[in-house]
Design a protein around this ligand. Structure first.
Ligand SMILES: NC(=O)c1ccc[n+]([C@@H]2O[C@H](COP(=O)([O-])OP(=O)(O)OC[C@H]3O[C@@H](n4cnc5c(N)ncnc54)[C@H](OP(=O)(O)O)[C@@H]3O)[C@@H](O)[C@H]2O)c1
Length: 316
């Protein structure tokens, strides 16, 4: 019985390995639009796809970021300035893509731009704090997708949405996990709808990586800022020592965050170039911790979470 099971599992992985190796043809003719290319995953993916010969349309938030990227890539790569929270900026970038790609359409759209801060216990934050993140990570992603989708559908291309392991497990309050849960929900419905038109939708769920988003002390700084703005009542129930303990528990984890961004950009590249893209968990923490925790019963996931985080002073 165990032998049959082992053979079945082996066959499954063999078949999966074979499917995953199949690559789409004529990559050199394909245009890929990536948001958030100033730094981090977006920047590395732009350079990686450029090296592979694809036609990269890199959207940066700043002219400085765009210039630095152009300096490091071939003449094939083009840049545009895009703020995903601004409708007029998205409309201008869409027009630029339409003019640049002409009849050839857009093979790939990578929704990568994102922000993490402010992230802190929910009661420390305001509605505006939540909106800051949702505007970029969720509503920006949705608006960019709706705007560029006709060009992607034309060539039966790909949409690659960057979610997070925190799109499966919500550890800290604030808009980040909410935005990424939203990205997962949007991607699921989009994938089903677009399957009728030959467009494939893939989701990338990275664990923790060292990028601009998580740069040294950035998370601790965000926690401190949120605490500074919290109400006196909240400060009383959490106690003055709480923010320092919370910061310590995040800073303690920082050395374990992965520096090898290729673990994520290789998944993005696979989603754009393989015949059969899928959902990707990138990084060992995502695969071995966050993904399993997401399937656990809530009481167990809560216990694991609370074990890692400090207790409020007036907590029961
Ligand atoms: N690093 C991680 O551990 C991790 C884990 C899971 C998921 N992710 C996701 O991965 C994606 C990329 O993040 P990253 O880690 O590579 O961080 P990053 O280096 O900070 O990259 C994020 C990019 O998005 C850009 N951006 C921010 N707001 C924007 C806006 N309103 N319009 C257009 N672009 C904007 C940033 O531009 P500026 O540089 O000008 O701010 C930056 O280039 C994000 O969606 C993030 O949520 C990251």
């Amino acid at each position: 019985m165990w032998l049959y099971l082992a053979v079945l599992v082996g066959l499954y992985y063999l078949l999966r390995w074979y499917r995953e190796r199949q690559v789409v043809s004529n990559l050199q003719d394909k245009y890929v639009f990536i948001t958030g290319c100033d730094s981090g995953f977006g920047n590395q993916l732009a350079r990686q796809l450029d090296l592979r010969g694809l036609r990269v349309l890199a959207a940066c938030q700043t002219e400085k970021g765009a210039e630095q990227l152009r300096d490091r890539t071939s003449d094939r790569l083009e840049t545009v300035i895009l703020d995903v929270t601004k409708t007029e900026s998205i409309a201008a970038a869409t027009q630029w893509v339409k003019e640049g790609t002409g009849d050839r359409g857009l093979w790939g759209l990578v929704n990568n731009a994102g922000v993490l801060m402010p992230s802190a216990p929910n009661e420390w934050l305001t509605k505006q704090d939540f909106m800051k993140i949702l505007d970029v990570n969720l509503l920006g992603l949705i608006e960019v997708t709706l705007s560029l989708l006709p060009l992607v559908r034309k060539v039966r291309g790909r949409v690659v949405n960057v979610s997070s392991c925190l799109g499966r497990v919500s550890l800290l309050g604030g808009g980040y996990s909410i935005s990424k849960y939203g990205v997962e929900a949007f991607s699921d419905s989009l994938r089903r709808e677009l399957s009728y038109f030959g467009v494939k939708v893939a989701v990338i769920e990275p664990g923790y990586f060292k990028t601009g988003l998580t740069r040294n002390g950035r998370i601790a700084q965000g926690i401190q800022e949120a605490w500074d703005h919290a109400s006196p009542e909240v400060k009383e129930i959490y106690g003055e020592k709480f923010p320092a303990s919370l910061m310590k528990s995040t800073v303690r984890l920082e050395p374990s965050w992965c520096k090898n961004l290729s673990l994520v950009t290789d998944c993005m590249e696979h989603a754009l170039t393989a015949c059969h893209p899928r959902t990707y968990s990138a990084g060992w923490d995502a695969k071995l911790f966050y993904l399993p925790v997401s399937y656990m019963p809530s009481f167990l996931a809560d216990a694991i979470n609370n074990w890692n985080f400090p207790r409020p002073a007036k907590g029961l």
